[in-house]
Design a binder for this molecule. Structure first.
Ligand SMILES: Nc1ncnc2c1ncn2[C@@H]1O[C@H](COP(=O)(O)OP(=O)(O)O)[C@@H](O)[C@H]1O
Ligand SMILES: [Mg+2]
Length: 614
């Protein structure tokens, strides 16, 4: 759909042929889609706001009439009408103020509702998107779409509603009363406005380009902010305050520069219309002179016309400004539809069936995997069968591809070659929901929410009872430390668990995985932050839990996987050695080398049996 763009936002669109106010095809399509998706469903509210606005405009249009009437009578020396004029003015003013109140609330409500609905739907869509898509943009950039971009849309919608309804109706009413007062003067005066069309069209294009850039920069700024504020420990310990402040300052300044540019481009519109307004007033005086002296018009007509013109100046400027607002809104709508139009690539195939677990055998059949932009594949021809109920350990240097393998099982990414099967069913052919509910994954970087300890464990099963939660915590050797927290299970743990130690966080994540009670357990260095003693405790608890479950365990300390049914050593994305601890030590290959290297570096660890300490 981006193919229809003639005025490309990145400034490549050098085609300056179409110097009209008409929107290009892409914009028209966006606008009608936006209208159908978000505004048409609230047509009742829109109609209500429209009716209020029309009434308001009519009340506005009555002013010039009253003024004409007063002046004509005043000049004729007739005073009997005075009380009536005063009553009329008070009545019109009262009506206007009441209408203004309801009109404002009704329109703002539509704008606010729109924002809320768009945020909710865009977030829902985004959070259901592929993991790969979600990790492609930084959280800050995505946040900015949901806040800044939608804000632009809200403002544009409000401005459009006000302009399309209030301002243009006021202008129509005022112009109507002008023609009623004296058509000839009106014709001359309004003749100046068509000259504004061309410059407005060119200004609009600049606004669009500038706005697209501003939105991108706002995304960058939000992203940087989130990153810097999320890394305060690093910033403090490395004394990076000035670096961080300097980097942020550059981003703030860039946003300032772009916004200022936007303001200046938009201000040109208003100035242009202001100048035209002046020309129009001069026109009125000039023509009125001839018309009054020839007796075709009265002084009252002249006064009424001038009042109408002055009153029309503000709504006319607003309508001019709308062109700019609309372009800003269109740039943001483009960006939001960019998100909403993305289709998840790993999703249920048509006719996907729920995964049928028999004993939970996970088999990797010549699996290949390549990260989107990486130059070399992360997994090459990985073949392994993890029999139901077995515990298989993956070991190897960092970067060997262990985490990648574990992430392929719940389809965070889809294999790029070969297949992964669970009990003979290709994981791409079963429903994602059934696949993911059969798997509990504790990943390397534990994620917790800023909520209570209880809630963070309950992530594994949202409707768990207190007994279940405590049992899971005990199984993860977390119960003791939880009781020492200020409010026990009700303790808030802070953003991502800042108020807990690394080992405590890991134990909560483990408890959540245990609570999930899934037949397949994937542990990616799940106990790496624990001291040896706590790790032993957790290992003992886990040994109980993993009985009868298929487990793939990535171990940081090799001593913890000695009892695995099978140990696979990975290097550069593939398996180089498999066997039990005893077999591999006896072979004296890659595994033995890893164990020896770790023994030398990790004095904390007792030597596993059968390892010569040479
Ligand atoms: N999201 C990613 N995008 C691109 N490359 C990645 C990504 N995650 C990991 N890699 C690369 O894939 C390889 C395997 O990484 P990983 O599976 O995390 O290794 P391990 O868990 O064994 O330390 C590494 O070379 C790493 O740089
Ligand atoms: Mg890893």
């Amino acid at each position: 759909m981006a193919t229809a763009t003639t005025d490309s936002p990145d400034g490549q669109g050098r085609e300056r042929k179409k110097k009209t106010l008409a929107l290009d095809a892409h914009s028209r399509q966006l606008l009608s889609r936006f209208f159908n998706d978000w505004l048409r469903p609230r047509w009742r509210e829109l109609l209500g706001a429209l009716a209020l606005t029309a009434a308001l405009a009519l009340a506005t249009g009555a002013y010039p009439m009253v003024i004409k009437f007063s002046f004509d009578n005043l000049l004729a020396g007739d005073v009997a009408w005075l009380p009536w004029v005063l009553v009329a003015i008070i009545f019109i003013t009262l009506a206007r103020s009441v209408l203004l109140y309801f009109q404002t609330v009704a329109t703002q409500r539509i704008g606010l509702r729109l924002t809320t609905d768009m945020q909710s739907e865009t977030f829902r869509h985004l959070i259901h998107a592929d993991y790969a898509r979600l990790t492609r943009d930084t959280p800050g950039r995505l946040m900015s779409k949901l806040t800044n971009d939608i804000q632009f849309i809200q403002q544009a919608t409000l401005a459009s509603m006000n302009s399309i309804m209030r301002d243009s109706m006021s202008v129509v009413a005022l112009v109507g009363s002008m023609f009623y007062l004296d058509w000839m003067i009106s014709l001359v005066v309004l003749g100046v406005y068509p000259f504004a069309v061309m410059p407005i069209a060119s200004i609009a294009r600049r606004v669009r380009r500038n706005s697209t850039r501003t939105q991108a920069e706002l995304g960058g700024m939000t992203s940087l902010l989130a990153e810097k504020l999320g890394a305060t420990r690093l910033i403090k310990t490395f004394r990076l305050e000035d670096y961080a402040a300097g980097r942020m300052n550059r981003s703030f300044e860039e946003v300032f520069r772009l916004k200022l540019k936007g303001v200046s481009v938009k201000a040109r519109l208003e100035s242009l219309l202001e100048a035209l307004g002046g020309a129009a007033v001069a026109g009125v005086i000039w023509v009125a002179y001839w018309r009054i002296s020839s007796g075709a018009a009265t002084v009252g007509d002249f006064m009424g016309l001038t009042a109408a013109l002055l009153m029309a100046a503000q709504p006319l400027r607003a309508i001019g400004g709308l062109v700019a607002r609309l372009q800003e809104g269109l740039a943001a709508i483009d960006s939001i539809y960019g998100v909403l139009d993305e289709k998840p690539t790993n999703k249920d195939l048509p006719g996907a069936k729920p995964l049928q677990i028999q004993d939970g055998t996970v088999s990797f059949d010549h699996v290949n995997f390549h990260y989107g932009e990486a130059s070399i594949p992360a997994i090459i021809d990985f073949t392994l069968e993890v029999k139901g109920g077995q515990t298989v350990a993956l070991v190897g240097r960092s970067g060997a591809g262990k985490s990648t393998i574990v992430n392929l099982v719940p389809r965070l990414f889809d294999v790029t070659g070969g297949a992964i099967r669970i009990d003979g069913q290709d994981i791409r052919e079963v429903t994602l929901a059934s696949l993911r509910s059969s798997i509990a994954l504790v990943s390397q970087d534990v994620t917790l929410f800023d909520d209570t300890i209880r809630t963070n464990i309950a992530l594994g099963k949202l409707d768990a009872s207190d007994e279940e939660i405590i049992a899971a915590a005990k199984a993860a050797a977390a119960h003791e430390f939880i009781l020492t927290q200020p409010q026990g299970y009700a303790t808030m743990i802070g953003d991502r668990g800042v108020r807990l130690s690394g080992g405590q966080r890991q134990r909560l994540a483990l408890a959540a995985a245990i609570l999930k009670n899934a037949p397949i357990l994937l542990l990616d260095e799940a106990t790496s932050a624990l001291d040896t003693q706590s790790e032993r405790l957790v290992q003992q608890a886990l040994a109980e839990f993993t009985k009868g479950r298929t487990s793939i365990v990535i171990a940081h300390r090799l001593s913890t996987v000695q009892n695995a049914d099978l140990i696979c050593v990975m290097e550069s994305g593939t398996i180089v050695e498999t066997g039990t601890h005893g077999e591999l030590i006896a072979r004296g290959g890659a595994y033995a080398k890893l164990v020896r290297a770790q023994l030398l570096s990790d004095t904390d660890d007792a030597p596993p049996p059968g390892v010569p300490l040479n």
